[in-house]
Write a protein that binds this ligand. Structure first.
Ligand SMILES: [Zn+2]
Ligand SMILES: [Zn+2]
Length: 418
């Protein structure tokens, strides 16, 4: 039962593309390249001559991204794209489960050599040096590697581990990109991955940052470098077909949740949910993912005050700290109550409440967003004391500025100044 391609109505159809129908090989390849270019056309962030780095991980999506980008940049391409490409690879093997490390890393190098683009390999542990004075720290990479390993080892839940890895990776990629003069970074996040991220983000209390985390651009929240998602209209299945047709080489690294059960973390469970549902209902992905297109980055984010009110770890916008009846305020209040901060039921100490909630407003505004606070709680306090490397990267300069401004703003309403 060979059908004809719904595009050219000529060749034999081979590939079922989501809910679009069956395509022949040529039409599929054209469709795939078009999706990539159309996303750049619809969102004109990258200008002629800009330096753009691909965040390559060896996985199927970023490998396909690298391949389709190289084809669109080649002189033979129809309407050749004009920007200066490069590649950034983050070596995360320090925190990943054991794998044939050196062989895999050398395969990554071979792939990148073959692209003949400038490429940069960075180790995840370098993220702990972001706020350090460069000169004294370079020599200590092996020591820092151990620190990072012990931080990850100590994180209590897989959900927090995955979240921490994702945030540190984004931070390091953008920091490296800025150092090397790249204005933008392409991520290989597909519509499948974004549908999973949208639901997982909501489940973790990151609803406020959904737009920056899943739309085409994140608005340059990490060090002013734009994280862009040019593969966001392409599904994971289409990536697999493309890699197969084009013989794109991928390098498999195990992830934190490889071999773990479906309910091991919120992210893993959501992935399982979306993938299983999509098997019977192919439009699941697009339904979830298109809903997120309707969420815009809030307008109030343009004011000077909002620009500095960012979380120290994920650089996301902080949950509105001064709204007195927010759900977040209620959670914090209940938490303190159960810890006995306001005395016991028989000996209540309610006089402290007013002062304490004002102080917690200030702390919330100057430190971490709701989700990152939960993450921090999953790291034992002996690991995460004030002077550890992790704390240092959480307390970066931008956030310090924020803290100072907040103090100036609400200092006069604090009852006790200590
Ligand atoms: Zn065709
Ligand atoms: Zn955060």
């Amino acid at each position: 039962m060979s059908a004809t391609c719904i595009k050219c109505e000529d060749n034999v159809a081979m590939i079922l593309v989501g809910t679009n129908g069956r395509f022949c090989r040529e039409c599929f390849e054209r469709y795939f390249a078009h999706k990539f270019r159309a996303s750049l056309g619809k969102n004109p962030v990258v200008r002629h001559g800009d330096k753009v780095a691909v965040a390559y991980s060896g996985g199927p999506a970023s490998s396909a991204l690298l391949h389709v980008m190289l084809e669109s940049l080649s002189p033979a391409a129809f309407k050749k794209l004009k920007f200066q490409p490069g590649v950034i690879f983050v070596d995360e093997t320090a925190v990943l489960p054991d794998c044939d490390k050196s062989r895999k890393l050398s395969r990554v190098k071979d792939v990148l050599e073959a692209c003949s683009l400038p490429y940069h390999l960075v180790k995840l542990e370098e993220v702990l040096q972001i706020n350090e004075e460069m000169d004294q720290e370079v020599a200590r990479l092996s020591e820092i590697s151990k620190t990072l390993e012990s931080i990850f080892h100590s994180v209590k839940t897989l959900t927090s581990k995955e979240e921490l890895l994702y945030r540190l990776r984004c931070k390091l990629i953008c920091h490296t990109a800025r150092k090397l003069g790249y204005k933008h970074v392409f991520l290989g996040e597909t519509s499948t991955r974004l549908a999973i991220n949208i639901l997982a983000n909501l489940a973790q209390g990151r609803g406020g940052q959904l737009a920056a985390d899943t739309r085409f651009t994140d608005g340059g929240r990490y060090f002013g470098v734009n994280l862009l998602r040019p593969m966001r209209d392409i599904g994971a299945k289409e990536i697999a077909v493309y890699n197969n047709l084009k013989k794109v080489e991928t390098v498999f690294f195990p992830t934190l949740s490889t071999k773990s059960k479906a309910n091991a973390s919120i992210q893993r469970l959501t992935e399982d949910f979306v993938v299983t549902l999509s098997a019977d209902f192919p439009s699941t992905e697009t339904t979830v993912f298109r809903t997120s297109n309707k969420i815009a980055i809030s307008k109030s984010g343009d004011s000077e005050e909002d620009k500095v009110s960012v979380c120290r770890l994920c650089h996301g916008k902080l949950d509105n700290p001064l709204s007195s009846s927010s759900a977040l305020r209620a959670i914090e209040f209940t938490e303190k109550l159960s810890l006995g901060a306001y005395g016991t039921p028989t000996q209540p100490n309610l006089g402290y409440i007013a002062r304490d909630t004002q102080r917690s407003d200030m702390e919330a505004a100057s430190a971490l967003c709701h989700c990152c606070k939960i993450l921090k709680k999953d790291i034992p306090s002996d690991i995460d004391c004030e002077n550890t490397a992790l704390s240092r990267i959480m307390f970066d300069d931008r956030a310090k500025l924020n803290e100072k401004e907040m103090l100036e703003k609400i200092g006069d309403i604090l009852l006790v100044d200590d």
